[in-house]
Design a protein around this ligand. Structure first.
Ligand code: IPE
Ligand code: MG
Length: 255
């Protein structure tokens, strides 16, 4: 692995939460005359290279979209591969994540009966193994979709209202945030989607309210921590205003 040159990075302005939409594995494989599953295998290297890089850069939270609620519509053979692969990957990689002091979380509909029990077991074990870790938090968004997440949050809140435990007038943005899949998850600062597609695809809709977006035109298996660093350097050049006004001193550039 090549070492990162972090000299241009402002350590005080590293995005606290980076989201990754890993896209382009199938196209990468097709271009090489390989089966789509080979693209997913190659993509695993990119993801773990990025995890290492994110830790070294000081990212607090990294969320990777590994299987969406819409991915069930793929060929059953690819779905079966992705289920097996997501489980196998945990078995092979969780010890090193633990060594790196990473805390592992999962966001997604794990009660869905289409998710194999084996996967649920590995996920529970991985969360348990790393629950006291104090380094970066790594979220695997697996069988995840924002509309599912917001629907679930609504249900939980509605139950409390129905039981008389919560007054609807007391519901705030915080009430919604604390009922999302991973209540500790902070807002997203930087969202990266590889492969040149410019879509959010039901990923972190609530959390991305003020996120910056990066769409590198690179297929996911060609992505790595160097590309991640470049996206973060670009993020550090942006002016985040969260709906505030442009600072007069740089207003001219902003017309
Ligand atoms: C992303 O790559 C893989 C998943 C996270 C499921 P794709 O499988 O979507 O690759 P393309 O878009 O077909 O190239
Ligand atoms: Mg795709």
């Amino acid at each position: 692995m090549r070492e990162l040159d972090l000299s241009g990075l402002d350590p005080d302005a590293v995005p606290n939460h980076v989201g990754l939409i890993l896209d382009g594995n199938g196209r990468w494989a097709n271009q090489r005359g390989l089966h789509r599953t080979e693209g997913h295998r190659a993509g695993e290297e990119s993801l773990f290279d990025c995890i290492r890089g994110a830790i070294d850069m000081g990212v607090g939270w990294l969320t990777a979209f590994t299987f969406s609620t819409e991915n069930w519509s793929r060929d059953p053979e690819e779905v079966a591969f992705l289920m097996w692969f997501n489980e196998d990957l945990l078995v092979r990689r969780r010890d090193v994540l633990h060594e790196w002091n990473v805390r592992i979380f999962f966001a997604g509909d794990l009660a869905d009966e289409r998710v194999p029990e084996r996967n649920r077991i590995r996920m529970r074990e991985s969360e348990e193994l790393t629950k006291d870790n104090t380094g970066m938090s790594m979220v695997f968004a697996f069988n995840y979709g924002s509309r599912w997440e917001l629907t679930e949050a609504t249900r939980k809140i509605a139950r409390r209202v129905a039981s008389g435990d919560l007054d609807p007038e007391e519901i705030t943005e915080f009430t919604i945030a604390e009922n999302l899949a991973v209540p500790e998850m902070p807002d997203l600062d930087l969202l990266i989607r590889s492969s040149g597609e410019h879509r959010l695809s039901n990923f972190l809709l609530w959390q991305a309210a003020y996120a910056e977006f990066a769409f590198p035109g690179i297929l996911w298996p060609d992505f790595d921590k160097q590309r991640l660093l470049e996206a973060i350097l670009e993020y550090q050049r942006r002016d985040r205003r969260f709906g505030g006004a442009v600072d007069r001193s740089d207003a001219e550039d902003d017309r």
